[in-house]
Write a protein that binds this ligand. Structure first.
Ligand code: SF4
Length: 219
């Protein structure tokens, strides 16, 4: 019987099952400070964390902080990050964001949503990751994986937008679990309930799955 999730208890059961699958779910980007985290998350748009981790050591060695990166040559940065997608626009954005961090925040990455989303190339998801992962401020970042599995699991309707997903998850999950839950849903989407080939046959949720049991919802 397919149904929408109605309460915290429903979601807790799901998250507990996912935690059995991925007990070590957590940030896969390699960083050593909040500036590096911000840049790594900006670079990770529409590419894998693994490929970001390949380019960031050289990038951070040459440009270890916002002051250095704000003065970098665009062509040089683009060359260093060229193996990841959208390197043109990402190079432009990380230099521009660094300039703003230097000029407005004296070289320190801001820690509020309002300030972070004003940085060039920083959207709500990136800001939420920086706050949650870097500053340990409770937030839930909704990326493509979190959005997809939230819909398939029936946490939100398929018509929900990312903000609806974020608000619904914050509503159903206790604040002290937001950080961990974000990683659990992300890992479930990234490694199990994949966009094109979800592992439905082996899924703990296959009898109740909103997506699997309603062919009309499948893309
Ligand atoms: S049954 Fe399939 S689509 Fe549904 S949550 Fe599990 S893996 Fe995803």
């Amino acid at each position: 019987m397919v149904r929408m999730l109605k309460n915290k208890a429903d979601l807790k059961v799901i998250l507990d099952e996912i935690e059995v699958l991925f007990p070590n779910a957590g940030c896969e980007l390699i960083y050593h400070n909040i500036f590096e985290l911000l840049i790594a998350v900006m670079l990770s748009a529409q590419t894998t964390d693994k490929s970001v981790n390949v380019v960031t050591p050289s990038l951070f060695e040459k440009y270890p902080n916002a002051f250095m990166l704000s003065n970098a040559e665009y062509e040089d940065v683009k060359e260093i990050i060229k193996r990841i997608g959208l390197s043109n626009v990402k190079a432009k954005n990380i230099i521009a964001a660094s300039k703003m961090i230097v000029e407005v925040y004296d070289g320190n990455v801001p820690n509020t949503l309002e300030e972070l989303i004003k940085l060039p190339g920083v959207g709500r998801k990136t800001a939420n990751v920086v706050m949650s992962e870097g500053y340990k401020i409770p937030r839930i970042a909704v990326d493509t994986h979190v959005e997809r599995v939230s819909k398939r699991l029936g946490i939100v309707p398929f018509s929900a937008d990312v903000l609806d997903v974020e608000e619904r998850l914050m509503d159903l999950i206790d604040q002290d679990k937001w950080h961990k839950s974000h990683h659990l849903l992300l890992f479930f989407g990234r490694y199990f309930c994949l966009a094109k080939k979800p592992n439905c046959e082996n899924c703990f949720y296959k009898k109740s799955c909103h997506y699997l049991n309603d062919k009309n919802l499948q893309d």
